[in-house]
Design a protein around this ligand. Structure first.
Ligand SMILES: Nc1nc2c(ncn2[C@@H]2O[C@H](COP(=O)(O)OP(=O)(O)OP(=O)(O)O)[C@@H](O)[C@H]2O)c(=O)[nH]1
Ligand SMILES: [Mg+2]
Length: 336
């Protein structure tokens, strides 16, 4: 094909086709979706944009079906073990599950995925479970664009999309940016989450989980300390649960209930719309810098442009609207 427009259309068609498969609930395309959003070529970017357009609320006729759950906590706190249990429990409820584990080590090692952080037990023949480790993003204070795009796409087809991130302090803020519900995981006897909570350094999670409850009194104490800290912060409505992920697992059903309950009482559509607008602005600033934002007339003006768009638009389309507005502003200046 020589006609560049026809070529661009055929590239977009590949992304659209994947999006259409997701809309139909075809879970088998999940690996291809992740390969695409992780690709860094121009072609991948165009296909990803087409894919995201095809699964945007505007195309779905509403917000994506999935409950997007962020699971975050210090290294070794038991996130992956817990997710093995959660995934099995969700499957037992006939919910399909995708887990996107963010691998922070690959940031340092320049993209080579070190030992798979998603050590999550599951039946590899079960198409209702999809698990993938993705490299952490280069951008300060943000998840990899691939994780954002991957979760937005998979949310159109899976019932539950989990984003697992490591850390305490910044990581739950990052994950709160893409998740409907944020679960912070704490292991008994480690004071970091407690101290961060008390000091107001970390945002209050939607659900707090003390892992390794089989360790006994040390876990019970962690539970009480966290409850006291939340009470002091005026957040005693936040559930604090103890779980054990080694046989016999404990507290998993209660945790699923707490996560479901959080979703039921929150305004998912409003939260997602705010996140899409924030991501579009961040993407615009990433691409065009502070100078681009000035051209637009500053942050407030950018927010007005975003608020004027169809609320069902995906992030790349919103960022495109900002670029168009900046171009318009520039041309207007040149003419006057
Ligand atoms: N006793 C006990 N040990 C557990 C439990 N859950 C996890 N562990 C152990 O804790 C260690 C860390 O568990 P992971 O599930 O890999 O923790 P993680 O938070 O995913 O770790 P990273 O991904 O490396 O940050 C492993 O040795 C697990 O066997 C539990 O419920 N009880
Ligand atoms: Mg892990």
């Amino acid at each position: 094909m020589s006609d560049p427009e026809a070529q661009a259309e055929s590239i977009a068609a590949d992304g659209e086709r994947l999006g259409a498969r997701l809309r139909e609930g075809d879970l088998s395309v999940a690996p291809r979706v992740l390969n695409l959003v992780e690709g860094d070529g121009e072609r991948d970017r165009e296909q990803t944009a087409a894919l995201l357009r095809a699964v945007a609320p505007a195309a779905l006729g509403g917000e994506a079906r999935a409950h997007v759950v962020g699971v975050t906590g210090p290294p070794g706190s038991g996130k992956s073990s817990l997710l093995s249990e959660l995934a099995a429990a969700w499957r037992a409820r006939e919910r399909s599950v995708a887990v996107l584990a963010v691998d922070p080590s690959s940031r340092r090692s320049g993209g080579a995925l070190l030992g798979d952080r998603a050590r999550i037990a599951h039946d590899p023949r079960d198409q209702g479970v999809f698990i993938r480790s993705t490299a952490a993003g280069e951008r300060l204070g943000g998840l990899a664009p691939a994780t954002r795009a991957g979760s937005a796409a998979l949310a159109a087809a899976f019932d539950v999309v989990v984003i697992e991130t490591v850390g305490v302090g910044q990581s739950e803020t990052e994950v709160a940016d893409v998740a409907d519900s944020v679960v912070v995981v704490v292991q008994p006897g480690s004071g970091d989450v407690l101290q961060f909570l008390k000091a107001g350094i970390m945002e209050i999670p939607d659900v707090l989980v003390v892992t390794k409850a089989d360790l006994g009194s040390v876990a019970q104490r962690a539970l009480r300390d966290l409850e006291a800290a939340l009470g002091a912060l005026g957040a005693s409505e936040v559930p604090v649960l103890a779980v054990s992920s080694i046989a016999p697992a404990m507290g998993i059903d209660e945790l699923i209930e707490a996560i479901d309950h959080h979703r039921e009482r929150s305004d998912v559509a409003a939260r997602r719309l705010t996140a899409r607008r924030r991501h579009a602005l961040a993407d615009f600033v990433w691409e065009h810098g502070a100078a681009g934002l000035r051209e637009l007339g500053g942050r407030r003006a950018a927010e007005r442009v975003l608020a004027a768009q169809d609320p069902g638009l995906d992030v790349p389309a919103l960022a495109q609207a900002l670029s168009a507005a900046a171009t318009g502003a520039r041309d207007g200046e040149v003419r006057s």
